[in-house]
Design a protein around this ligand. Structure first.
Ligand code: SF4
Length: 340
């Protein structure tokens, strides 16, 4: 996974100032656990950090939402690399969901019949230590219009595919004009009706919701959905919610998926506050995922019985639409499995 933006180009002149703002933020991101600890005045020996081949990458605007001096801060724990990542744990592998078996062509996965998932880029605006694609072979995936052609042809040939999910990595680290090109290419395929962005970028880098991006999203015929990824209410400050409201103002539904993570959100208050913050902003709490058993992430595991307990507690306090479906991916299954 790479966050090198050296390939990106500025878009039109009117949007270049705001584009350079988020791209500059990416360039200035924190790139080691030591740097992150220094930024937050956390003594490096307060947590056993260790760098590995999945590098630390944290935008400073996201780091400012962490509590200074607190080595147990729930946002900090999601992004700091720890020695625990190098412990081998039985059952944890490099491709926990067996995605390699769902590859239709380089960069296109199809797990479900009417949908295809396009790995639009390998880069992300943050590196989450529990990411189930942290070992994904992104170098084999396309990252630009010409390289996407074979994937687009595969989608064009299968008239059952009505929805394309843009994932990664994170599609929003592509420049606006590239997103526009991709949307145009998908809109040229008559049977594709919906496009869904799976993205964490608006949560960690609020400045990414630019006027240029909104213009691209407004101009497509495709029904567009955003599924963001936030695990804790502290991630959703006013700036983030303002950015997301720009999507809602042009009629794009915004949903959230979270991952149940030990030390981050495995208590009732944390999950309640997250769901409440989301619905107050008219964002649907869509899924709570059981952790995928990816090598290096076992220290985030929460038992399913604890997860079920937490969901029951939420049901007693929140309206039905505010309680996410608690799900897990079982390799080989044709859909997510609902736990509670
Ligand atoms: S969880 Fe999402 S944003 Fe985080 S590293 Fe993985 S793909 Fe990137």
């Amino acid at each position: 996974m790479s966050s090198d933006l050296s390939q990106t180009k500025p878009v039109d002149a009117s949007a270049s100032a705001e584009v350079s703002s988020w791209q500059q933020e990416m360039k200035r991101a924190i790139r080691s656990s030591r740097e992150l600890c220094e930024f937050l005045s956390i003594p490096v020996d307060a947590i056993h950090t260790e760098e590995n081949d999945f590098p630390v990458f944290v935008p400073r605007s996201f780091a400012t939402r962490m509590k200074s001096g607190d080595a147990q801060d729930p946002l900090f724990l999601q992004v700091v690399s720890q020695a625990a990542e190098s412990i081998t744990t039985e059952g944890y592998g490099i491709d926990p969901n067996h995605e390699s078996e769902a590859v239709l062509a380089a960069g296109v996965l199809q797990k479900y019949s009417s949908r295809a998932l396009l790995i639009s880029t390998g880069g992300c605006a943050v590196h989450c230590r529990y990411c189930f694609r942290r070992h994904f072979p992104y170098s084999e995936s396309p990252a630009g219009l010409e390289q996407w052609r074979p994937s687009l042809e595969v989608i064009a040939k299968d008239s059952n595919i009505e929805e394309v999910i843009l994932s990664g990595g994170d599609p929003l680290i592509l420049p606006d004009h590239v997103i526009g090109q991709l949307l145009n290419a998908l809109a040229d395929i008559p049977h594709v009706k919906h496009v869904r962005f799976h993205t964490r970028t608006p949560v960690v880098l609020a400045s990414r919701i630019t006027a240029g991006l909104i213009r691209q999203l407004k101009s497509t015929r495709l029904k567009t959905w955003f599924v963001i990824h936030s695990n804790h209410a502290n991630e959703l400050d006013g700036e983030v919610l303002t950015g997301l409201s720009k999507l809602q103002q042009i009629g794009i539904p915004v949903l959230n998926q979270a991952v149940l993570l030990s030390g981050v959100n495995d208590d009732e208050k944390a999950l309640y506050d997250l769901c409440k913050r989301l619905i107050d902003a008219q964002i649907t709490p869509y899924y709570l995922h059981q952790l995928d058993e990816v090598a290096g992430a076992a220290h985030f595991h929460v038992s399913k019985s604890r997860g079920i307990e937490l969901i029951s507690a939420l049901r007693k306090r929140l309206p039905g639409y505010a309680v996410p479906r608690y799900v897990e991916e079982i390799a080989g299954e044709r859909s997510k499995t609902v736990i509670a």
